[in-house]
Design a protein around this ligand. Structure first.
Ligand code: ADP
Ligand code: MG
Ligand code: MG
Length: 538
């Protein structure tokens, strides 16, 4: 892959305080006008109808990203869609890697619980819907090592509750608007329309949900069945979900119903004969609603299942005839352990036997070096299950630690450690690694992977605009936009509908950039100070 000669350290172009003020005003106005919004902090948990909203945190300028890498990420999304579909359909593989008898589920309570529930359904013949739907987001950073090849590297592949698809389209439109409206005051020759790619994520994600709904209806489901959005209580990122609901209704004539897990404990039922899933709508005289697709915008963190009833509810939905986005196996396929195992020799080929070698090579080039902390052999891990079980050494007894842990101790300065969690804030970085390893109970090593840090472009700065506030007194214009050294993470959205060994349909549908101040280690936009962004191809 060709390297870029773009000077990242010289970004962003010079803008006067007056020009910045104009851009901030235009950006926040556009965000408010087009639904690039969150509910304000402290919004009541019992979800009364919204009365006010604030604009999401946003970047004033699009983030420079090498064109070839961006295009490669788009091109290989179809391969990733198919790969993760195949993984989700490979039950023995998931049992071995993520299961509670042989895999990570032994030591990770949450993963174990999900796997056991799924296993029970399988063993009792209660999986009644062969199709799975995945709405995916593959995340990347641009790798620019001091010595070595500049290239696109994957951070992770998300298979549950991927967010910001709709808002990412709005921010791309916002940057296009600023360009149209101000030409960014002629501050950079890179800021021109052909470098701001199109982003139609909303239509794309809705077409995935629409395809699943159509498949459900075509196999005997009611044409008036609805898509169930399983949402978190107190969710502030609701407008990202609302745009999807509107698109489903207006373009596909599909209605949605929103409920939390807590509500579904009592409102959902599955007919024992037909496996039909129905929910009783809250605060509504309407009859029970038949559900065609269960779309999770929740359910990926242990604290979302505070008692066994919540797991039972998840398993009840899983047993139904409705198509789940995602199923439990597809959620498990998104585990970081699976990503690590995929890096081992021959694994991609095993899942995609018909893929030309050149495409496998393209895919593999996006992998960063990863290994398990419990791994005892760095070279003989060609086969899944070839790693002996973690040794029972006492904490801190370096002499008897597995090689994977020893290697992490030695190379900690260039690593991040990750458990099997989603949603940000769970990783351990660089200098924190040695002390963390000292305190990690040996049996828990299996739940963690080590990953080489991607070396992002240095010295690149951006203008970050904080989220709006209802407290007008504290938000002077100069406080709203801050300049910071930044890291921009690209996400590519895709979907796949699959089952019974076949991928029925899949598509690459759009992209997202999240930009964060470099001092914070994590990328979640809803937590900390990171912002929604779009891409400037360079
Ligand atoms: P989560 O599922 O919680 O989002 P991620 O694997 O995406 O977990 O890690 C969270 C954040 O940590 C990423 O958004 C990125 O900013 C940072 N990160 C993760 N892996 C790497 C890596 N290999 N190199 C550099 N930064 C990383
Ligand atoms: Mg992530
Ligand atoms: Mg994730």
């Amino acid at each position: 892959m060709a390297t870029t000669d773009f000077d990242f350290a010289a970004w962003p172009p010079q803008l006067t305080p007056e020009q910045l003020q104009i851009l901030v005003g235009k950006a926040t106005s556009r965000a408010l006008a087009t639904g690039l919004l969150y509910l304000p902090p402290g919004y009541p948990l019992d979800s009364p109808p919204p009365q006010a909203a604030i604009h999401a945190p946003l970047s004033l300028l699009p983030a420079p990203f090498p064109r070839e890498s961006f295009e490669l990420a788009q091109e290989i999304q179809s391969v990733y869609n198919t790969l993760y579909a195949q993984i989700a359909m490979d039950t023995p593989f998931l049992d071995e890697v993520m299961g509670a008898e042989k895999g990570v589920g032994k030591v990770d309570e949450f993963i174990g619980e999900l796997w056991r529930g799924w296993k029970k359904l399988r063993d009792s013949g209660r999986i009644s819907q062969p199709l799975h739907l995945g709405l995916f987001r593959s995340d990347y950073l641009y790798h620019m090592p001091e010595n070595g090849l500049q290239t696109l590297k994957q951070v992770e592949f998300n298979t549950i509750s991927v967010s910001f698809g709709c808002l990412s389209q709005r921010i791309a439109e916002l940057h296009r608007h600023l360009l149209l409206s101000t030409s960014y005051f002629g501050s950079s020759p890179h800021l021109k329309p052909e470098n701001l790619p199109q982003n139609d994520t909303i239509a794309g994600l809705a077409s995935g949900l629409g395809a699943a709904h159509a498949a459900y209806v075509s196999t005997g489901g009611s044409s008036t069945s609805k898509i169930l959005f399983v949402v978190q209580p107190g969710e502030r990122n609701v407008f990202d979900q609302k745009w999807l609901e509107y698109e489903l209704l207006e373009k596909h004539n599909i209605h949605a119903v929103r409920q939390t897990f807590e509500e579904l404990i009592t409102s959902s039922s599955v007919d024992p004969q037909t496996s039909l899933l129905t929910v009783s709508p809250k605060n509504s005289p309407e009859q029970d609603t038949e559900v065609s697709v269960v779309y999770y915008r929740s359910g990926y963190m242990p604290n979302e299942y505070p008692s066994p009833e919540y797991y039972e509810t998840r398993f009840r939905l899983e047993s139904s005839k409705a198509i789940k986005c995602p199923t439990i196996p597809l959620q498990l396929a998104g585990g970081k352990k699976v990503q690590e195992v995929l890096g081992r020799k021959g694994l991609v080929e095993r899942f995609l036997p018909d893929l030309p070698q050149s495409q496998i090579d393209d895919l593999r080039k996006t992998f960063m070096d990863m290994w398990g902390l419990d791994e005892d052999s760095q070279t003989a891990v060609g086969e899944v299950g070839s790693s002996p079980p973690a040794s029972a050494a006492p904490n801190g007894d370096a002499a008897s630690e597995p090689l994977g842990t020893l290697k992490a101790r030695k190379e900690y300065a260039s690593l991040v450690l990750k458990p099997q969690r989603e949603g940000g804030g769970n990783n351990v970085y660089k200098g924190d690694i040695p002390a963390f390893l000292d305190g990690l109970p040996p049996q828990e090593r299996e739940a963690w992977i080590a990953m080489r840090l991607i070396e992002v472009p240095k010295g690149v700065k951006g203008w970050l605009v904080r989220a709006g506030s209802l407290d007008f007194a504290t938000t002077s214009p100069s406080e709203r936009a801050v300049q910071a050294e930044i890291v921009s993470e690209l996400g590519i959205f895709g979907w796949a509908l699959f089952g019974d060994g076949q991928v029925v349909a899949e598509e690459e549908v759009g992209w997202l950039v999240r930009t964060k101040g470099k001092d914070s280690n994590e990328g979640g936009v809803a937590t900390g100070f990171s912002v929604l962004d779009s891409v400037l191809l360079v």
